[in-house]
Design a protein around this ligand. Structure first.
Ligand code: UDP
Ligand code: MG
Length: 354
């Protein structure tokens, strides 16, 4: 059994990234509290809010005033889901933390099984999607290809078909917060952190209301942030292709000289072959530069050392479990001073989101 607080029950932090989720927040909290009631633990909701024009903030404040154990972190601008999640982790104080989307695609009821696995001693519990509702065929195929590629080339083991929905023990949260990586690809960071990990299957639902808040460009960024920082294969591939092309060029030249010596140098086919080879080479050089650019951009972002995110305000309910109100945040190294029931400027190092 895991550590408990003074009343003998563990505290579970639920980290929820949000952008324009006003219509989903109440149902989400109701379903989550049903689960927490059955588990018999204490809990806190850590809402990581990208400023939303649809009134999500007001809905959360209503819940806070109604006495739900809410900590609301509002960012100074929209930073995107990956960094919101990291900020949420840095602001949670429970014995374990569950990360869940606000749109109810991840069923809160699965937390019961995740919690039991945690009580059995697993420090990372990752739900794995065996089916997904409400996504189009092309998106699903692209996602499948991404997970396959990640599985093949990543230097860390990211279970296939898993999202950010997961339970992390407080120790893992603390370690994850020490990874000051600007991309915020939590699946890779959790895998790099290690610890005792288990996977449980589940069926992913469709969004309760609204449509996806992550545009195609955002999904591509997340995919690249999974592949580039966690694999050297793309860069190595350029080297191998370059070497193969040099060999091909040398072979073609030798063949051309040999043919010329035998039949004379009048034929024009070698020039055609060379032209095609040049075209191929330019394509490879350009895409190779693109791949190198992906690594360089990330190195450049790291070197700028900008804050990962800037907090506009932190608001907390006085119904938060007492033990955790004065507890250390997950990442004390970041050095921030959150205010209770008030406004606070707060930042952590990293890049702006997408
Ligand atoms: N989200 C966010 N910031 C954004 C976009 C999305 O915090 O800029 C939140 C969103 O409110 C939801 C979660 O991230 O809770 C997943 O987003 P969404 O459901 O739109 O993505 P999908 O499930 O389609 O990948
Ligand atoms: Mg969703």
């Amino acid at each position: 059994m895991k550590d408990s607080d003074v009343t003998g029950r563990p505290v579970l932090s639920i980290v929820i990234p949000l952008y324009n989720e006003a219509d989903n927040v109440e149902t989400l909290v109701r379903r989550l509290e049903g689960v927490m009631g059955r588990l018999g633990c204490h809990w806190e909701f850590v809402f990581a809010l990208d400023p939303s024009p649809d009134g999500t903030r007001e809905k959360i404040l209503e819940l806070l005033r109604a006495g739900h154990p809410v900590r609301l972190i509002t960012f100074s601008r929209r930073i995107g889901k990956p960094l919101s999640l990291l900020a949420g982790l840095e602001h949670c104080r429970g014995d374990a933390c569950v990360i869940i989307d606000a749109d109810l695609q991840d069923p809160p009821e699965l937390i019961e099984e995740m919690y039991r696995k945690w009580q059995d001693g697993y420090e990372v519990v990752i739900p794995q999607r065996v089916s997904r509702k409400g996504e189009n065929y092309l998106y699903l195929k692209a996602a499948e290809t991404f997970y396959w590629l990640l599985d093949k080339i990543a230097e860390v083991r990211v279970p296939r078909n898993t999202g950010d929905f997961r339970l992390l023990d407080a120790r893992v949260v603390r370690e994850v917060c020490r990874f000051r990586e600007r991309h915020g690809f939590l699946r890779g960071i959790t895998a790099a952190a290690g610890f005792r990990t288990t996977v449980i299957p589940y069926h992913r639902d469709a969004r309760l209301t609204g449509k996806t808040q992550i545009p195609l460009s955002g999904a591509i960024n997340i995919a690249l942030d999974g592949l580039v920082p966690f694999s050297r294969v793309p860069v190595r591939t350029i080297f191998v292709l370059g070497a193969a092309l040099m060999a091909l060029a040398a072979g073609t030249s030798l063949a051309w000289i040999a043919l010329g010596l035998i039949t004379g140098f009048s034929s024009s086919w070698p020039f055609m072959a060379l032209a095609i080879l040049m075209l191929l080479l330019s394509g490879i050089v350009l895409s190779g530069m693109g791949i190198l650019g992906e690594y360089l951009v990330r190195a450049y972002e790291d070197s700028r050392d900008r804050p990962l995110y800037i907090v506009d305000a932190i608001e907390e309910a006085d119904t938060l479990p007492r033990r955790i109100v004065n507890a250390e945040l997950a990442s004390p190294a970041v050095g921030r001073e959150p205010s209770i029931h008030g406004q606070a400027a707060d930042s952590a190092k990293g890049t702006p989101g997408r």
